[in-house]
Design a protein around this ligand. Sequence first.
Ligand code: TMP
Length: 237
Amino acid sequence: MQKQTLLYTGKAKSVYETDNPDYLILHFRNDASAFNGEKIAKLDRKGKVNNRFNSFIMGKLAEAGIKTHFEKQLSEDEVLVKRLTMIPVECVVRNYSAGGLMKRLGLEEGLALVPPTFELFYKDDKLGDPMLSESTAVALGYATQAQLDEMKALTYQVNEVLSKIFDEAGLMLVDFKLEFGLFKDGIVLGDEFSPDGCRLWDKETKKKLDKDRFRQGLGDVVEGYEEVARRIGVPLE
Ligand code: TMP
């Protein structure tokens, strides 16, 4: 499949059209950004690590019967995916308190959330991805209630599959964000799953091994991602 016009440049990935209208190529760059673009940096190896991480996780989700846009890894920092019509909401599941939830409710970090919570955010950089309710998403035509029900069920299913994988590697999947789209009218998982869009802590030490290392200036950001990758068996070479 031939890489053609640049369609869109995101904060960490660029999206290219291909000679087949049903497929796109995602290029994972070394760019990192946080606080809605206020903090940016280039981090050596990040594109390559996230591409490999994402391919590995998408493979595990496909094995569990979850439909994803992933087709195949093309190079160290590129992947071929189905072209989806994206649904403009982000689905977040939380197993422990951290980040936005902690701030919003004045909680301490790391409280177990039983059952895990599900939240929706409207995907809009200019507005800083605000939280929204299901009924608001339906009323504004962002998604139908049936689509939201399916996305919620899929996000919880992803949580079950991935929590087990990380748990077996001595890691806690604290929270994560997924994005879905439509491919030939069916709901399919899109975007990526990497330490850029989730929180992962060591079970024993609670060491952060995800993008909070970048947000909080803890250093060794990509080293954290690589540690998780090695522990769950992502081939890095
Ligand atoms: P939050 O604590 O900032 O609300 O984020 C919860 C999880 O979802 C965290 O792992 C980061 C991820 N996330 C994104 O990657 N992008 C987003 O736009 C949002 C809202 C969350």
